[in-house]
Design a protein around this ligand. Structure first.
Ligand SMILES: OC[C@H]1O[C@H](O[C@H]2O[C@H](CO)[C@@H](O)[C@H](O)[C@H]2O)[C@H](O)[C@@H](O)[C@@H]1O
Length: 851
């Protein structure tokens, strides 16, 4: 039945929940009415496909399919052969101004479309299906007595999608506007992300969320009980989840308190009892003293990744902010603050086997972007935002000092950091056969099977230092987020990567700027001492100098990773070199060199590729492709590059890269039933390939419901870089090179409209994605401190007034040689003020030293 809507007009592109509840008469078709057109591959650009060639031609009998003509019988068969004489026409735009609408009996049309068009039986209509690509659908104006053709992969797949969405709304028969089926694909995808995909990716660890988690196959390994791990001192969480376990007794949920010290040994000991980790919640008590515990909803990457991930969350947040969903971004920050407090770091994801490792750190920028989006009209809102900012930055400082600037991640000699998690042995989350080729030679040497060897090794019944070393690097690769790539294989823990050090530079600048801007230059860190903006500016300047000294290669015009154990630069060319622009730590001259000499190495048809083909090396059966190498392109790499280039004034280059990437996504969306996958082969322009863990986000029936977290974000963020002209061209699926040629863009690496001399990193206002507001201020200070020399970082102990000494792992800062005078004066000034305020007494630090 078609259900009457409560009131009001809506446009034909409204979200399904509104659209399918409103009678057709109330839909405002005029606003978005577009010409009927077919979106399909241009054969001269993408190679020929015999079948497509056939169906693209004019159908001889199509003219009589217009509304008001006698309908032809509808054929219902699955074999494409029976349609060999049915041909699709190029264009049969309706001449009348009447809005065409289809009367769709959901079950009937679904059966027809699948039987006729879904020739490979995957419940999607794609360019790989070999149906006739034309379906006669009853029209609403004729009361269903006559039909009109829905043509082409795009419109047919949209029809299939709309059928599924209408069914979700409880409908069995609906009227669908033709305008909804041939909607401009850019608008359609962006709309689906905004109104449907984000919602599809929201998870919450409340009672219903826990039931979903229990059904996740990852939680029920060999019929084991689902486990929820809770920090040892989070009593409300323990009470809440124990209650849920009791209420959902059929799921046999186990709630386990983690020990106070979550050591690598402990984490290894629960490898076979893995489970989900609790996250932040709103906690209060009602009038009767009963616990009111509300876990915070958050966004997940999608597919098999059903937890909150580290760096994915940052990119998802950028996309959410474009769509006005700041609350989800804020919740995800709160979950990170919780993870830092209770688990000691931002986790790879909130699962037990990730307890020993992190992912690329983006927290300060994420907090600032969310902060800028928070409503702050009232004094109360302003106060709460300010408190939130302090809490979040306090946690970021803790993370910076205790995770990234400590053993084993800090390299004392260079002052740079490496990905180097503390986990032991084989990471359990990978496919069971993932490491078989690595284990094989060891097993053969011992004369046992691979399975036996894995068992012996996992249970400490044999020791093999070579394998231990292998897994240290393997885990580091996973911490880097770039799992896996030949860039990092067997050496990652020894590499001071350009990515990580640019991110940490950004932390330092953000902390300094935020202290200055919002806290009068300093605040009391919960770790027990005053944090001053000046200290963080010097940290930033020291890192910038180290990055220049160890990672920058003037001759090649590119940043490289630095192997701290070999004392030399790596030669692998990685697109993460552009992160220096995102962080703002390149000089204008370095930025210019990067653009002129190196950008073109990564620019391919569909966007930016992860690394160069030459760096990856020859691929063979013995040396298979890795997903973070050439020819693959990833959303985070694109976003970082756009932002960085824009930040340095290379606006056109940023736009060009954005256009390429958005074209890749849009084309897959049009040709493959709305797919938004985890990654692309940007050289061959496809998401269909065999590599390592496959491609996530491609397995759905009828309609995509989630897309993929950072892909969704890259689309929404990317659109903010395009001019109206570019957006229009994208909507027509104009291939990038054709578009650049026609609009006279230079594509040889030299930006056509960017300034000849790039200004010093200027704060460029990008309203939708936020602004590096205080960069200028930081830069001035960096300039003043330019002559500071980098010295070895040695951990020093803090001596308290009662004679006790801080534990060895407590982070501290010292530089007895270069900046001591400067810091000492800052420090004693603050100390004097503080002890005056406190009136002295208590356990005070008698000395704080810096490096
Ligand atoms: O199971 C294999 C790996 O899967 C994850 O890594 C990939 O997906 C993540 C979520 O989108 C993403 O953050 C990461 O960059 C991808 O390589 C997981 O994070 C890895 O730890 C795991 O080894």
């Amino acid at each position: 039945m078609v259900v009457e809507a409560a009131s009001g007009n809506i446009d034909v592109h409204a979200p399904p929940s509104e659209y399918y509840r409103l009678p057709p008469s109330r839909r405002s078709a005029g606003i978005n009415r577009s010409r009927s057109r077919s979106y399909q591959r241009s054969h001269h650009l993408y190679g020929t496909n015999k079948h497509l060639d056939q169906v693209d031609e004019e159908s001889p009998d199509s003219a009589d399919q217009q509304d008001g003509q006698q309908p032809s019988p509808i054929r219902l068969t699955r074999s494409s052969a029976s349609f060999s004489n049915v041909r699709r026409r190029g264009s049969v735009d309706e001449k009348s101004m009447l809005t065409r609408r289809f009367l769709v009996d959901i079950n009937t049309i679904e059966k027809m479309i699948l039987a006729q068009e879904d020739t490979n039986g995957d419940y999607q209509i794609t360019v790989e299906d070999s149906g006739p690509k034309v379906l006669k659908v009853p029209t609403a104006n004729s009361g269903g007595f006559r039909t009109f053709e829905v043509r082409g992969t795009y419109m047919l797949s949209n029809l299939l999608q709309e059928i599924a969405l209408a069914r979700d709304c409880g409908m069995s028969q609906v009227v669908i506007d033709e305008d909804r089926l041939n909607e401009n694909p850019v608008n359609r995808l962006s709309r689906m992300i905004r109104t449907s995909f984000w919602n599809g990716l929201v998870r919450c660890m409340d009672e219903s969320g826990i039931q979903a988690i229990c059904k996740d196959p990852k939680n029920t390994k060999a019929g084991a009980q689902p486990i929820i791990y809770v920090p040892h001192d989070d009593h409300p969480a323990f009470e809440y989840y124990t209650g849920i376990a009791r209420d959902l007794s059929n799921y046999k949920i186990k709630v386990v308190k983690l020990p106070k010290d979550i050591t690598p040994r402990y984490v290894k000991s629960i490898n076979n009892e893995f489970g989900i980790l609790s996250l932040a919640a709103d906690v209060s008590y009602d009038a009767n003293g009963r616990l009111v515990y509300r876990p915070l909803p958050f966004v997940v990457p999608g597919g098999r990744f059903n937890e909150q991930y580290g760096w994915d969350s940052y990119f998802e947040t950028l996309g959410l902010l474009v769509d006005g969903r700041y609350q989800l971004g804020k919740n995800m920050v709160d979950n990170f603050v919780y993870e830092i407090k209770h688990y000691g770091k931002i986790l790879n994801a909130n699962r037990s086997y990730y307890l020993t490792r992190s992912q690329p750190p983006f927290l300060t920028d994420m907090v600032l972007k969310v902060f800028e989006a928070l409503p702050d009209k009232t004094d109360d809102e302003k106060r709460r935002n300010h408190e939130w900012l302090q809490r979040s930055f306090d946690a970021a400082i803790t993370e910076y000092l205790t995770v990234w600037m400590c053993a084993p991640r800090l390299d004392a000699k260079t002052g740079l950091s490496c990905y180097h998690p503390t986990g032991i042995g084989m990471p359990p989350e990978t496919e069971s056969t993932h490491f078989d080729h690595t284990i094989k030679p060891f097993a053969e040497r011992l004369g046992v099977s691979v399975e036996e060897y894995k068992h012996l090794y996992a249970n400490d019944m044999i020791s093999e230092p070579e394998l231990d070393e292998y897994f240290v690097h393997d885990r580091a690769v996973r911490e880097s987020g770039h799992d896996t790539t030949y860039r990092l294989e067997r050496r990652c823990a020894n590499l001071a990567t350009v990515d990580l050090n640019c991110l940490l530079y950004k932390y330092e600048v953000d902390i300094a700027d935020t202290l200055d801007e919002h806290f009068g230059g300093s605040f009391e860190w919960s770790g027990g001492r005053e944090m001053t903006a000046a200290e963080w500016r010097v940290r930033a300047e020291q890192r910038r100098q180290s990055i220049d000294k160890y990672l920058w290669n003037e001759k090649k015009g590119l940043y490289f990773d630095y192997d701290v154990s070999l004392g030399e630069q790596s030669v692998y060319e990685s697109v993460t070199a552009l992160w220096a622009l995102w962080a703002g730590c390149a000089t204008p001259a370095q930025a210019r060199k990067l653009v002129d000499m190196s950008c073109r190495k990564f620019e391919v048809k569909g966007g930016l590729v992860s690394g160069t083909e030459e760096s990856r090396g020859v691929i063979s059966l013995q040396r298979p492709n890795r997903q973070w190498d050439y020819p693959f392109g990833w959303a985070p790499h694109q976003i970082m590059a756009w932002y960085g280039l824009y930040n340095y004034g290379f606006v056109d280059v940023a736009r060009r890269f954005a256009y390429r990437w958005l074209f890749t996504i849009t084309q897959a969306f049009v040709d493959f039933n709305g797919v938004v996958p985890e990654k692309f082969d940007v050289v061959n322009m496809t998401h269909r390939f065999q590599v390592e863990y496959g491609n996530v986000g491609v397995d759905f029936k009828h309609v995509p419901r989630e897309g993929f977290g950072w892909m969704n974000a890259s689309y929404q963020v990317g659109l903010t870089y395009l001019t109206t002209h570019m957006r229009r061209a994208l909507g027509m699926l104009t291939p990038p090179d054709m578009f650049f040629k026609k609009s006279n863009w230079k594509i040889d690496g030299t930006p056509s409209h960017s300034p000849a001399t790039t200004p010093y990193p200027v704060p460029v206002f990008v309203p939708e994605i936020g602004t590096p507001k205080y960069r200028a201020q930081s830069n001035a200070l960096f300039g003043a401190l330019k002559n500071l020399t980098i010295s070895d970082c040695q951990q020093s102990k803090v001596v308290y007034s009662d004679g006790s000494v801080s534990p060895e792992s407590e982070p501290c800062i010292s530089d007895p040689r270069s900046s001591a005078g400067y810091f000492a004066s800052q420090c004693s000034k603050k100390k004097r003020t503080r002890s005056k305020r406190r009136g002295g007494g208590g356990k005070k630090r008698s000395s704080v030293v810096f490096f």
